[in-house]
Design a protein around this ligand. Structure first.
Ligand SMILES: C[S@@+](CC[C@H](N)C(=O)[O-])C[C@H]1O[C@@H](n2cnc3c(N)ncnc32)[C@H](O)[C@@H]1O
Length: 388
């Protein structure tokens, strides 16, 4: 059995973009699965296929082979790329599999101090989950494997939402070593796989910056479990974590204790309201982190999202004392790097303040970006210094 695509689908696959849409299919099997993809009978790629989704084909290999064997080969290659890091940081957190970025569409695997959290986002792969877990256990010898299959996107694949341990034990709460900080992770209940590993290198950067500038007052807005704040608080007078999630803030407080940081405080609030209120009081902070959730989950949301990003950045800019730093992120793929910088330019202009662009950063290196697949790169991170 195979999937036959039209001219447009073939063009995409030949350019090494893995996605082919339902409307570009000529002939296809009735069931989800791992299949060869052809054009006019000629082999093009191996792909995950789902007849029931708009995004029907997600390719992962461009050489003819047994589809499952080729998938396992890509898995082994992804794990091998992280081998040195695993050996160097056994108590750390890392992404082991970054879906299309590792030629493994539909799969995310994060590791937290020897525990694996797996997210499956494709019906074809769900059917092979026992074999997948077996392969992971054999290759990595983890303490436990959690299937955190509760992302809403699974519904489009026709898959149920659930969270269950598939091997060994995975605790409700665990700690990973992130440089000098113990970072909290809640694999079962937390957002994403329990922590935001894509910001790992940026959190370390924030810690080094704080060590250099020694902020008297700092803010971590949309702070979740205090990831950035924990790094900054080691070198700051006082740091406030602001988030709408009471559960996340409770963990942030626990983390402050675990890291022996008595200067980390939490505030449960809507960040938009908080920033508006606080900005009226004028410049009072030396360092502000803004790490909002994605405001544009689809392209149609972009205009509204742009305005929202601008609003929070403008207000954060007003909060900074001269010489202060804004560390600002967007994890929306739809807001590209250029638009992100244009938004910051507009926000700075409206705030009537000048900022130096000190650094432009992105997602952690274990979240690889493919040039052919811009969708694999989503996190923008800018470091701005208030120069007046
Ligand atoms: C991308 S996460 C932040 C991750 C965090 N910086 C870290 O490094 O672990 C975004 C956070 O924003 C919070 N959030 C979403 N909407 C919010 C709102 N309107 N006001 C305050 N917090 C919000 C979520 O609860 C979530 O914790």
């Amino acid at each position: 059995m195979f999937v036959e695509v039209d001219e447009r689908g073939a063009k995409r696959l030949l350019a090494r973009h893995p996605w082919v849409w339902q409307g570009m299919l000529r002939r296809a099997p009735q069931d989800p699965g791992f299949y060869p993809v052809t054009h006019r009978g000629r082999f093009l790629a191996l792909a995950l296929f789902n007849p029931g989704t708009e995004l029907a084909v997600r390719a992962y290999a461009w050489e003819e082979a047994d589809p499952w064997a080729a998938w396992l080969k890509n898995l082994r290659a992804a794990l091998q790329r992280r081998e040195a890091d695993r050996a160097a940081r056994p108590q750390g957190g890392r992404r082991l599999v970054h879906a299309e970025g590792d030629f493994l569409p539909g799969l995310v695997v994060d590791e937290y101090a020897g525990h694996l959290v797996v997210q499956i986002g494709a019906a074809a792969l769900e059917a092979r989950r026992a074999a997948l877990v077996e392969a992971l256990v054999e290759a990595l010898g983890p303490r436990g494997v959690l299937l955190k299959n509760d992302a809403r996107g699974r519904r489009q694949e026709g898959l149920p939402l659930y969270v269950e341990a598939a091997y060994g034990e995975v605790p409700e709460r665990l700690w990973v070593e992130e440089g000098p900080v113990w970072l909290p992770v809640r694999p079962w209940q937390g957002q994403k796989t329990g922590a935001f590993l894509d910001q790992r290198e940026n959190r370390l950067f924030a810690g080094s910056l704080a060590e250099r500038i020694r902020p008297a007052r700092a803010l971590d807005v949309f702070g979740y479990q205090g990831g950035f704040a924990l790094h900054v608080a080691r070198h700051a007078g006082e740091v406030w974590v602001v988030d709408a999630s009471e559960a996340a803030l409770r963990v942030a407080k626990e983390a402050a204790e675990k890291n022996r940081l008595s200067n980390l405080r939490t505030l449960e609030a809507n960040a938009f309201d908080f920033l508006k209120r606080e900005a009226r009081r004028g410049p009072a902070y030396d360092l502000v982190v803004l790490d909002p959730p994605s405001f544009a989950r689809k392209r149609a949301d972009l205009e509204r999202a742009y305005a929202a990003y601008k609003e929070i950045n403008l207000r954060a800019m007003r909060l900074l004392r001269p010489g202060g730093y804004l560390l600002t992120a967007s994890c929306s793929h739809h807001l590209g790097e250029e638009a992100f910088l244009a938004m910051l330019k507009e926000a700075a202009g409206d705030a009537r303040r000048a900022f130096r662009l000190v650094a432009r950063r992105g997602q952690a290196a274990d979240h690889p970006v493919l040039v052919n697949v811009p969708e694999t790169g989503y996190l923008k991170f800018a470091v701005l210094e208030a120069v007046d």
